[in-house]
Design a protein around this ligand. Sequence first.
Ligand code: ATP
Length: 907
Amino acid sequence: MKDRPLPPHTPAWHTLSPGEVEQTLHSGSGGLSTEEVARRLEEHGPNRLAPPKRRGPLLRLLLQFHNILLYVILGAAVIAALLGHWVDFGVLLAAAVINAIIGFIQEGKAEAALDAIRAMLSPHATVIRDGRRREIDAAELVPGDRVVLGSGDRVPADLRLVASRELRVEEAALTGESLPVEKSCGEAAKDAPLGDRFGMAYSGTLVVYGQATGIVVATGATTELGKINQMLKGIENLATPLLRQVDQFGRLLALAILGVSALTFVFGTLWRGHPAAEMFMMVVALAAAAIPEGLPAIMTVTLALGVQRMAQRNAIIRRLPAVETLGSVTVICSDKTGTLTRNEMTVQRVVCAEQVFTVGGAGYQPQGDFSLDGRAVDVEHYPPLSLAIRAGVLCNDARLHEEDGQWQVGGDPTEGALLVLGAKAGFSQHLAEAAWPRRDSIPFESQHRFMATWHHDSDGASWIFVKGAPERILEMCATQMGQDGEQALDVDHWRRMATDTAARGLRLLALACRHSGPQGSDLAFDDMNEGFSLLALVGIIDPPREEAIAAVDDCHRAGINVKMITGDHAETARAIGAQLAIGVGRPAVTGAEIAVMDDATLRQVVRSVDVFARASPEHKLRLVQAMQDDGEVVAMTGDGVNDAPALKRADVGVAMGLKGTEAAKESADMVLADDNFASIAAAVREGRAVYDNLKKFILFMLPTNGGEALVVIAAILFELTLPLTPAQVLWINMVTSCTLGLALAFEPAERAIMARRPRPPGQALLSGFFVWRVLMVSLLMMTGALGLFLWEMNNGGSVETARTLAVNAVVMAEMFYLLNSRSILASVLNREGLTGNHYVLLAIALCIPLQLAFTYAPFMQGIFGSTDLSAGDWLKVLGAGLLVFVVAELEKWVIRRTPLAARVAHG
Ligand code: ATP
């Protein structure tokens, strides 16, 4: 098939028959060969759409100035220039430009971090190449590739379908029509509109039901989606409720500052009779002092760093507001299989009509004996057991293979366990399938809880095998298979055995068969209603993950309730729940029970019940709603296409990265790269840490501005010489926000972070405590700076020395206060508190040479009007710093001893 060129002109694929398409694209049932794929990839390029055009760097830089806080500074600069204050003009302008550059760089870094996370969510496709089914990056698809579609998949390229079973595709991305369209393999008329080309599945559309195989006919920009050049929605931009709150706060602050400045100006000139030009420079100093220029940029960085840390812990954030919501989650609803459990299944028990067999061995290693009452037995002596094992191997889409001495399962682990069971009994999947070829199948979907296959045996006779949830299979059976052949079904026996097996925490499957074929030419649901003979019940162990046990415990201590919502049997769910400390000693409620409850009853039930079994996606949706109505903030996991509504509805929808469908991932706020419950708990922890760090940063930043503003206001009120010039104020702001404040973005989660209750949602950031803390520290800063300024002036010192003292006092106080700020209430007077964040120490170390340069470097003295200080002066400066440090620690100590502490911890 190599080196045969593809047709130069693109045919109208929808008008060709599957056979013609296969021929044109030289793609047989085994798919393309690796070499051919490489050649075509070279020719056609990767299957990717061009990313949407980003703003150019210049525009992004200019947009940094589009911020009301910077407008005020630029306005002040212009007026300073008009008044001929060239140094102030230069410094104001420099402050605006430096801020914009820092914002530009930091925003770039945050965007790059998000880009890296977007790449982690790149779509995958299942293809058949070299005769083997494999999972690849969708970007590697080439025309001619055979793609296998299943429910929940996003179609990865334009496909001409060559086989399809009840395929239904939602094409809203392309046609705007949100009702799913039924697909087939038929040809369509040449001029049929996109929506009527039933034999095609287009890139970007969503499989909501069924299965199909299709051949790639167009990739990348040549797909229909590529032609309309529309990117599917990815991760949103950096905007979260908290950032918006801060933005709004910034605006209010700017307005307030402008208002106060104008009033001060009027007060000074009209009432006190100061010259307008002098008064104006005072007002500029005030405005410069009060504006926290660095705020927006550092908030963005903190958030981006949090998202990055979560990704390192396998929690990939798709929607940024989730970072904040995670911190206030009160209930986590989790699937069981694979999330709370290991998803490494081993059959331990096979219950037949007359015997109960125990199966030895662990994991996927196909070694282990069958025993009956403690004695090893030969499977061949027990025909029902033997037929049941055969049924399990044939009614199966998984594959068992050995790789580097390790046995591995490709496909569903439940089915893998049946293959291993078969191998232990000497049934090779390969030989079984050759002897009993499959004619058709009904794949497993969690809504109907069974899978069936139709085979021909060596005599050409038809058999249908079915496996699934025991309740479901029992409905289909009238007889059971005993040692001597078929007998009447003893429903009670099977029910008893099912409960007994499930109570041991084993997952249950029933196996049945019918020695006749379907009515029509295909296997249909109508063929599954009756006439089956029950072969056996299989009990499969799937132990809880160790780390999930620890994570559930963490959540409980953090005041977060963990609920298990599973498709599994109630008894199995309860037994596994008990091992994980979920719902211990309480009943499990089943989906069937939920279905008959009204909303009010359900709301009652969710308060006391933690295990929900045999639950379908609709039940999940109702459960989320009931909990939300009860005031809970809910994180909910899901993997199937039908889980999408519940994931969207949940406050934090969590999709599985490994076994989850594209549909679930796209509806989720967060994707777990390892499907592990422990990663959700880790993300909650990081979510709390991010919120803490944002609070800590604001609590650190605002008192600098507050302190400076108070100094200037005091000077105006008491008609003092200005203790801080506008240029000096801007210097302080730059040093404190760019070096010191940034360090808080790297603050690790506090040790006791998971010992607190969740933060009430929607809580305003600027609580009463915040205002108090900012005011208190502002006053302390003012006391230090103004105190030293007045002391120097009263002792006949120069105004330059007094101002240099004031500037250094504020910066020194900030250096100390940075240490205080590492925790909002806990003491930092310990090793961890003083040295736990290296960035804090580094930032302080960086600040020292900057201040020395400010004080001693001649060119700095030229710009800022600073002057040399003596050793004694430095001692005074140190005193101002210690004042803030000691009082702030004292205040924490007092608050920790009042009932206020619990409230403050959240606000
Ligand atoms: P969770 O929702 O916690 O992931 P689950 O994976 O057990 O739980 P489902 O996959 O919906 O839930 O399975 C429900 C039931 O369907 C199982 O208890 C089992 O009896 C049956 N079942 C599971 N997998 C298969 C399969 N491949 N073929 C046939 N029946 C299956």
